[in-house]
Ligand binder design. Structure first.
Ligand code: ADE
Ligand code: ZN
Length: 327
């Protein structure tokens, strides 16, 4: 099925093999001595457990070539899964904090996106996330860097530790980003309460909610999300790995679809959570017994909820409908 991926952290595609290889190439010390010991550490009780490893993992990324290698490996892999468009998060503060320049990160990533467009016809957007555990002041510094490279960065997002770092902490920087022409999205309702989802909409002006699972606890919020057609980028294997839901068999995705929400399936940090986009589709289909119509809705939603320009979106939807007609 042709599809778009809308919730993918490029640093979360760092496979243990590449982590070890880059550690060697860049002479970076890691607390692991083998691929197996990296994999053995992938047991998470919460979002924070994962983030602690995620920031250690990304410490091997130092040079433009490293960011290129990371991103191109992801793009090549999902091109083979019929992902025709990808909207990709990156966390510049995870790198600039370590002394890697913003331009090193961005140039490596855009090199890879350009190559994927040439070689696979894959289109893409970059979404720059602010790390919400850091002060808003530092997000402003990061936004200033992005303003020098507007042609390469379509949207801004908000990720990292959700609890205790509500959307209200970032109102001013999101307002300035909107003035600068950036579209906004935010992680909300992954671990945080439904109020964080509402605040992301009302205070940050986001066009999509990343995750949004806990919105399901608030019927009025669900009704609003349906009415306003606000897409949710849901990540089943991530939710299972980080214990956002106890088991995929009780995952809210089917209820979200039944409620009429514009939900999409995504992989979040596939190297850490046990599978890329197709694996997420297979796992959630099996766990919830999704039927063909539900799977097709999820595929179609991925283009509908994308930030493709209108004409490209219409073309992608027409191609999707033609595919579905033959399916
Ligand atoms: N950074 C990378 N993956 C994330 C997630 N699932 N939630 C919050 N921050 C993240
Ligand atoms: Zn995420």
């Amino acid at each position: 099925m042709p599809k778009a991926e809308l919730h993918l952290h490029i640093e979360g595609t760092l496979e243990p093999e590449m982590m070890m290889a880059l550690a060697k190439r860049n002479d970076v010390a890691l607390p692991y001595d083998s691929v197996d010991s990296v994999r053995a550490a992938y047991r998470f009780g919460s979002l924070q457990d994962f983030l602690d490893l995620y920031y250690i993992g990304m410490s091997v990324l130092l040079k433009r070539q490293d960011f290129f290698d990371l991103a191109f490996a992801y793009l090549e892999r999902v091109a083979a899964q019929n992902v025709t468009h990808a909207e990709i998060f990156f966390d510049p503060q995870g790198h600039t904090e370590r002394g890697v320049s913003f331009d090193t990160v961005l140039s490596g990533l855009t090199d890879a996106l350009d190559k994927a467009r040439r070689e696979f016809g894959m289109t893409s957007r970059l979404i720059m996330c602010f790390l919400r555990h850091l002060p808003e002041e530092q997000a402003f510094d990061t936004l200033a860097q992005a303003c020098r490279c507007k042609e390469h960065i379509f949207a801004i997002g908000l990720d990292s530790s959700e609890k205790g770092h509500p959307p209200s902490k970032f109102v001013r920087v999101f307002a300035e980003a909107a003035r600068q022409g950036f579209v906004a999205v935010a992680h909300a309702g992954e671990e945080g309460p439904p109020a964080y989802v509402r605040d992301a909409l009302d205070l940050l002006g986001v066009r999509r909610i990343d995750h949004g699972n806990r919105a399901m606890e608030d019927p009025a919020l669900v009704a609003r999300i349906v009415r306003e057609k606000i897409p949710l980028t849901v990540c089943p294997l991530s939710n299972q790995a980080l214990k956002a839901c106890p088991d995929l068999t009780v995952h809210p995705l089917k209820r979200m679809l039944a409620a009429g929400m514009v939900v999409t399936v995504n992989s979040d940090d596939p190297s850490y959570f046990g599978g890329y986009l197709n694996a997420n589709f297979v796992a959630i289909q099996e766990a919830l017994g999704l039927n063909r119509a539900e799977i097709a809705t999820l595929g179609r939603n991925s283009f509908l909820a994308s930030f493709l320009p209108d004409a490209d979106k219409a073309a992608a939807l027409a191609r999707f409908d033609a595919f579905q007609g033959k399916w």
